[in-house]
Design a protein around this ligand. Structure first.
Ligand code: F6R
Length: 245
């Protein structure tokens, strides 16, 4: 492992995705040992899976933690295997022993989108804000589902998914047509308010996005570049994802 400290972010590079997961899990476990009622922000997708698996192997008690998922597809029926409510329940809550009543996922079938977005913001605020937000990164630089062009001041809202995101995520669905076209996502300003951000990426397909996020211009055209302005960011990478740094 090699590590470099910058003014605002720490980059931690490991040999493989499993090692990335172990190191990131130790970071989360350390937070929860010190604060058993910490508020976590949860990413879904493949990047944080090794973290969740490694966290499940620690002795840390996560039952008093509160958690807020970053996003949810719009329009998938309740119980759909790829809805993030289902993924969060089956791949995170059950695995980690979180208390289901403390875990929140944006509403994927909102009667009123605007009201649902601000209700989610209110729930985060009422919980005291997010202590540690776990993030993956899209190949186009999205975080949450804040696609290129999203405002840095954006809040939880419904967004259209970029074609590239739908193609990237088609691997979770039977066909490209089955991938939802819209999602409810925490906004960039929402994410930025978390006290600490923990970004995870592994594999060569993320190398260019990581390079642009960490050393490219800070621009709404590449939303993850906003991380350069946050005072507490840790980036856990494998060597392939770190290859262009
Ligand atoms: C998921 C999320 C997305 C993913 C990103 C990377 O909740 O918010 O930003 O983190 O699309 O996905 P994976 O990890 O599957 O490559």
């Amino acid at each position: 492992m090699s590590q470099a400290k910058g003014q605002t972010l720490t980059v931690s590079v490991h040999a493989c995705a499993d090692n990335v997961g172990e190191a990131a899990a130790e970071r989360v476990a350390g937070l929860v040992r010190g604060n058993p009622t910490a508020v976590l922000g949860l990413a879904t997708g493949s990047s944080p899976v090794p973290l969740y698996e490694a966290l499940a192997l620690t002795d840390v008690d996560l039952s008093a933690v509160a958690a807020f998922a970053l996003d949810e597809y719009i329009g998938l029926p309740a119980g759909h295997p790829q809805s993030y409510a289902t993924v969060v329940r089956s791949q995170i809550v059950e695995l980690l022993g979180l208390s289901p009543g403390r875990v929140h996922v944006p509403d994927g079938e909102p009667a009123d989108e605007v009201r649902a977005g601000s209700a989610y913001e209110s729930e985060i605020r009422a919980a005291g804000g997010v202590d540690l937000q776990i993030l993956g990164i899209g190949s186009n630089g999205h975080i949450g589902f804040n696609e290129p062009g999203s405002s840095f001041s954006s809040r939880t809202r419904v967004v259209a998914l970029a074609d590239r995101t739908r193609r990237d995520n088609a691997r979770f669905f039977e066909t490209l047509q089955a991938v939802p076209t819209h999602a409810m996502t925490q906004g960039l300003a929402t994410i930025f308010e978390a006290r600490h951000l923990l970004l995870i990426a592994h594999g060569p397909s993320k190398a260019r996005a990581i390079q642009r996020a960490l050393s490219g211009p800070v621009t709404e055209d590449f939303p993850a570049s906003l991380l350069q302005r946050h005072p507490g960011v840790t980036v856990f990478l494998d060597e392939a994802a770190a290859a262009l740094l």
